[in-house]
Design a protein around this ligand. Structure first.
Ligand code: PBG
Length: 325
């Protein structure tokens, strides 16, 4: 008789036949920061904090010491600095460029990734420039936005970012950013493209953390329809052709099939973003005593990696890394 259970008989045997291993080196820690001197624990994301610059350096150092190779920065921008054309996003003296410089100085081996999109800087709360017609109907302009994203990416590169990650879903932005970086001698700055970013309800807590929810309308004219999978393959082929170095799927847990399809479509590394709503669901169920936090978090991350992700952006990065040591 054929007995698959023989391969599950003991921890030793299970450890030899295990197909997927997660390690701290798989994780990227998303970090929120603001201009204030005090840290703010986030009401919408228990266990996550928006950091002052000093605390950001300390926390990033701790994460790196746990074996986490990279962080990605998400700023909360003061209301007075927001504008329709988001000029603050390429201010070399702005919060993000200062944070990049400080991080690279304090932790030279830490990989610093930045988010490229206008939503924290844009008075309209959209990832791109908003145009309103006579009836007040909102359009998010593509090519005008891409020109600004290029300036934002260059600003991050000048400050020392290792990877820029456009999360805006405008068409043609990977090629445009690649060209802009190369023209300014930043050939070595990588692009991690949010290739298949869905118009998802799972981003709710994040928008609360940064005050970045769109003022009018929603993001469905640029982020993808959760019902579509073939379209993700189309986006992946385009981003690869445009010169992306890493392709990302977001959210992660409810989109494991998309991770697998993109894995099978490209030879590029694939990243997956376990987003704020996914974090909150696991965290709140664990806090209520309904789920075993350590087991559920490690299982969710293993599932994302098993689906085909080479790297995982997760708010659990530090916790998971400490459990895995
Ligand atoms: C916006 C951006 C969002 C997230 C990352 N970058 C929100 C959005 O698209 O509205 C979401 C991350 C999360 O929910 O954890 N450029």
């Amino acid at each position: 008789m054929i007995r698959p259970r023989r391969n599950r008989r003991s921890p030793a045997i299970r450890s030899m036949v295990r197909e997927t291993l997660i390690t701290p080196a798989d994780f990227i820690l998303p970090m929120f920061l603001h201009e204030e001197a005090e840290d703010t624990p986030l009401a919408s994301m228990p266990g996550v904090t928006r950091w002052s610059l000093d605390s950001l350096l300390r926390e990033a150092g701790e994460a790196h010491a746990l074996g986490i190779p990279a962080v990605v920065l998400f700023p909360k921008i003061e209301e007075v600095l927001k504008s329709p054309l988001a000029e603050e996003c390429y201010n070399d003296a702005g919060l993000v460029p200062r944070a990049i410089r400080a991080l690279k100085a304090a932790h030279p081996t830490l990989c610093v990734i930045t988010d490229v999109a206008l939503d924290p800087y844009n008075s309209d709360g959209h990832d791109g420039v908003v145009w309103r017609d006579e009836r007040g109907e909102v359009t998010v302009l593509n090519d005008e936005t891409v020109a600004i994203l290029c300036q934002q990416a260059l600003c991050h590169a000048r400050a020392g970012a290792d990877i820029v990650a456009p999360s805006d879903m405008m068409d043609g932005r990977v090629a445009a950013i690649r060209e802009a970086l190369d023209a300014d001698d930043f050939q070595n700055v990588s692009i991690m493209s949010y290739t298949a970013k869905y118009a998802s309800a799972y981003y709710g807590p994040f928008r609360g953390a940064l005050d970045s929810a769109p003022k009018d309308g929603d993001k469905q004219t640029y982020q993808m329809d959760p019902a579509n999978a073939r379209e993700a393959v189309r986006e992946a082929l385009l981003d690869e052709a445009e010169g992306a170095d890493v392709l990302m799927v977001k959210p992660a847990g409810p989109y494991l099939d998309i991770i697998t399809r993109i894995r099978d479509t490209t030879t590029l590394p694939v990243a997956a973003y376990q987003v704020s709503g996914e974090y909150l669901m696991l965290k709140s169920a664990a806090a209520a005593g309904w789920l075993d936090e350590r087991a559920i978090v490690l299982e969710s991350l293993t599932g994302i990696k098993r689906a085909g992700a080479d790297m995982i952006l997760t708010y659990f990065a530090k916790q998971a890394a400490s459990w895995l040591r």
